[in-house]
Design a binder for this molecule. Sequence first.
Ligand code: ZN
Length: 130
Amino acid sequence: MADKIVKSDAEWREQLTDEQYRVTRQHGTERPGSHENLPTEPGTFTCVCCGAPLFEQEMKYESHCGWPAFYTGNDESIGMSRDHSHGMERIEVHCEACQAHLGHVFPDGPQPTGLRYCINGVALAFQPKE
Ligand SMILES: [Zn+2]
């Protein structure tokens, strides 16, 4: 189990940019295409709020949906919950450690999982492989 990271709203505001704060702490969605192109070298995509390892480079694929997409994620770092907002039934994904909102999961991804983790690029940082 990942350690839980709890910070006050003011602390998050201090640490994050306005856009990072809006997306991760207020369940926002970045504009399509704004962070679609993530680094392509080997490494790990981490939570921009707390640094938890969320996705590996090899889990990423080109979905051309306007947001970074992954077909799976690091289970121990990612939590899911049901989201009924906007009149849709969706699965919301968040950082298990700090509860940062990351994006949603849709059942139209490639094999082997058939899932598309549609993630806000602004919620991710990148740690190149050493
Ligand atoms: Zn986090």
